[in-house]
Design a protein around this ligand. Structure first.
Ligand code: APR
Length: 417
């Protein structure tokens, strides 16, 4: 039931506490049930603020969609503090260091020791999404799955609304605010009038061929390997499932990559001088992803607030997308809580600036790391010069405690940006 307790009368059209028809009104309409939308719904719910989440896909689809899987220390803490991390803490794997490989040599960066003992957690995004959905529904939160044709209206007014179709029937949801948490390809950002946003974008000259393989990991810590044939990454998921990445051309086609070729490239690019071996197994999934940077500023227009991938994309090298999405959700929940609690607009007004500080820091780190771990393609201007810079960068990072400490705080996630 959507009772608008605490909602100012100008939003409800009537006195606070009035019961309104189901689905007719809510305080915050949230588009998208990814990490940003679901965490926001939880943090708002905890403060007594009503929301409805509209998700285009089925529950089963979003709970099995393979995505990222590395959670920063502060993300884990946030989820734990709000009672959302039970299964994550039980099943996730704590990580304290990572490995950089080049010239057949292995270099460990003990990021936890270098950043006050903070650790990372490996826990697949789709598992977290499944936990958040289950907990939200258990708390009587409303999530509409398979919401078709979601459209945003009157976002510059004090009564924005969402329309959508569910099982063919049209619905309208009047909102106090709309949170656009619908990812890069969602409908929220394009609903902002042209000219109101400044966008920044950059396509990196490499792509990742990612696979999921039914094989135990060959490492206990994530490996980033730079080889003359290109980057290879060994990420972790569970004891039975491993994730690998290979640098490929941006316009490459997955049809060019039969399983044997993938394992050959992985073996070759990971090879070390000390006889390390790669475990191989059946490939369950494979796909090619572009590496893109994108930021839209400001992350607000009228009563629409963008959060997560809807507002920004960072290259996946630093595994930051999910962490940024959850960070935005936290900032937005606090801003909305201040407004619903006291009518203060200060945090809503500073939302975009607060989030963008972190977004740009992470964007810089993710780009820096991307250029360090990928083979610089011949077509890139000054490629040979850049390759020598890259070599200097790798040598500095793996020999200087100060450089490693700087990497550690960015990789694990800066606390106060
Ligand atoms: N209507 C309703 N829902 C939509 C629409 C739409 N028009 N468009 C997209 N969605 C849904 C998607 O199906 C998805 O479930 O919005 C959700 C957006 O979730 P994410 O893409 O996971 O975005 P976000 O919550 O910002 O999390 C960012 O996801 O893409 C990864 O690597 C990225 O880890 C990062 C994280």
């Amino acid at each position: 039931m959507h009772t608008l307790k605490g909602t100012p009368a100008h939003l409800t059209g009537g006195p606070a506490g009035v019961k309104l028809p189901r689905m007719a009104r809510t305080q915050v309409g949230i588009v998208g049930a990814g990490p940003a939308g679901l965490v926001l719904a939880h943090l708002l719910g905890e403060r007594g603020i009503e929301s409805v989440v509209l998700e285009r896909h089925t529950r089963d689809y979003i709970e099995h969609r393979v995505r990222a899987g590395l959670l920063e220390h502060r993300t884990v803490e946030l989820l734990r503090e709000h009672g959302l991390g039970g299964r994550m803490l039980e099943l996730g794997q704590v990580h304290r260091g990572t490995e950089l490989r080049f010239d057949g040599q292995r270099h460990r960066i003990p990021y936890s020791d270098l950043y006050g003992g903070r650790t990372m957690l490996v826990y697949p995004q789709q598992e977290l999404v499944a936990d958040l959905v289950r907990l939200r529904l258990a708390a009587d939160g409303e999530i509409v799955f398979e919401a078709d044709d979601v459209a945003l209206h009157d976002i510059e007014s004090e009564r924005p609304s969402l329309t959508y179709r569910e099982n063919g029937a049209c619905h309208e949801l009047e909102c106090g605010f709309i949170a656009g948490c619908d990812g890069f390809h969602g409908v929220s950002r394009p609903s902002i009038p042209p000219g109101a946003l400044t966008t920044y974008g950059f396509e990196l000259p490499f792509a990742w061929l990612g696979i999921i393989a039914a094989v135990a990991p060959s490492t206990s810590e994530i490996i980033y390997a730079l080889h003359e044939r290109g980057f290879a990454g060994h990420m972790l998921r569970t004891n039975e499932i491993s994730r690998f990445y290979l640098q490929v051309e941006p316009d490459d086609d997955i049809a060019n990559w039969p399983d044997d070729r993938i394992w050959f490239e992985l073996r070759t690019r990971f090879a070390t001088n000390d006889g390390w071996t790669l475990r191989e197994g059946p490939i369950l999934e494979k796909s090619i992803t572009d590496m893109r940077s994108f930021i839209a500023e400001p992350m607000r227009h009228g009563r629409l607030f963008l959060a997560g991938d809807a507002a920004h994309i960072v290259p996946p090298s630093g595994a930051k997308g999910m962490n940024l999405a959850i960070s935005d959700a936290r900032v937005l929940s606090e801003a909305l809580a201040a407004w619903y609690g006291s009518g203060s607009t200060a945090l809503l007004d500073s939302y975009s600036e607060t989030c963008l500080r972190r977004v740009w820091r992470v964007q810089e780190f993710s780009n820096w790391m991307s250029w360090m771990i990928h083979k610089i393609p011949d077509g890139v201007p000054d490629a040979s010069f850049r390759r020598r810079l890259q070599r200097a960068q790798l040598e500095y990072l793996t020999t200087s405690p100060s450089a490693a400490a700087s990497f550690a705080e960015n990789y694990v996630g800066l606390e106060d940006v």
